[in-house]
Design a protein around this ligand. Sequence first.
Ligand code: NAP
Length: 466
Amino acid sequence: MHEANNDTWRIAVVGSGPSAFYTAEALFKSGVPGVHVDLFDRLPVPFGLVRGGVAPDHQKIKSVVKVYDKIAASPGFRFFGNVQIGRDLQVADLAAHYHQIVYAFGCESDQKLGTPGEDLAGVHSATEFVGWYNAHPDHRDRTFDLARAERVALVGNGNVAMDVARVLLASPDELAKTDIADHALAVLRQSRVREVVLLGRRGPAQAAFSPKEIEEIAALPEVDVVVGANDATLDPLSAGWLEREGARSQQRNVQFLAERAAMGPGTAPKQLVCRFLVAPTELLGRDGHLRTVRVQHMQLVADADGTPRPKPQGTSEDLAADLLFKAIGYRGIPLAGVPFDDKKGIVPNVDGRVVEQPGGAVRVGHYVAGWCKRGPTGLIGTNSLDAKATVAAMLADRTAGSMLRAAANDITQLLRSRGTDAVSWADWQALDAWEQEQGRERGKLRHKLPSIEQLMGAVRDLRTQR
Ligand code: NAP
């Protein structure tokens, strides 16, 4: 137990995505003088999924970084890019230097389908595809055989599925104006994809996508959203459930899908075909490559609280597909030295305070925010409220004197002694300006370098010019 001395309160945040920035913001707004917040990211660049996840044609959503730039301008803020916790620094190093540590490293992996054939060539996770088109260094070397694929199966009914469908069906000339990775644009220009078949295991009323996301796809030139009459028809359970407790967005989805069903099969050269109440059971291939998706037909039954859940009907169907993308949710991966709840794929916690295991003792001084706290749900703004709740716990513990000792000096000395080349906020600002300038020269919004080596090379070059 330790009380911060009156003039400093030092906090390390692991991650630099939305929840990390909202945590920093809540700390700076806490009214406590002398707050120092250091954000660590294993990549040389900040912003997590805003840079590496939000689709390149959704620049309005990406513009939230202006808020993060303001937070970064607060006295007491520092960024340490290219610093990986578990490699360059250990959790014990952070515990020796900071009064409190916040884990905000998100969910970097994805859920598995668990069906036979998941390892066939042509079966991909949306996480890989999204990272690839966003120039995320982890995914730059992925290959997606779009030049051979006409029909793509897309499993899942969330907003990630919408992003994947849109990028697959949009005009490459439009995408070329964004900050899409050059390697992805080149492959998308060769794409022969004409049909994306969206597979939802529940019905239209339970679709997790936002109405405006599916409406945006329908508004793309050359693309029809096609829904069969049977797929758009609500079963009695869902109809009652929608009326009783359906959100406005779910009602709007159902109405939109019914309108599309009434419009018939569509005439546009490309199609998003929405199928509901179908779940893959087996992926079948030829010569190691996906050819067929076997789906079972589902029906909805009420669970204990009345929520419609999918149950196999006992019949199945084979769908031809050249590629399959799984957009069935992200999943957290453990960080060395930090407790992990393998069942939920998150850091176990009680209201943001890390616990040793679910139901176990609180680990004093360690906190969690964002997706690795609550799981991969909600929109970017959801993380603001979430971070405020964690910071409220941190403040209460600070007042109670329940913190780490933070006896050691500034972390920069340790990083320097280990030869770690940390990217500062000033480094990032120079790289940010360079990426935008390079983008302008290429007729796009931003030119992103796709590897850590290239990013660090640019950072070092730019330092010599300052
Ligand atoms: P999500 O919203 O949780 O959707 C996951 C989808 O996968 C659901 O339809 C789910 O169906 C389905 N699913 C899960 N396991 C499955 C299985 N084994 N077989 C078949 N289907 C399965 O997740 P997400 O799309 O990855 O998005 C994550 C979060 O980021 C969401 O909160 C999303 O809104 C947000 N996001 C927002 C935007 C945007 O605003 N533009 C863009 C991208 C992501 P059930 O409902 O039946 O479980």
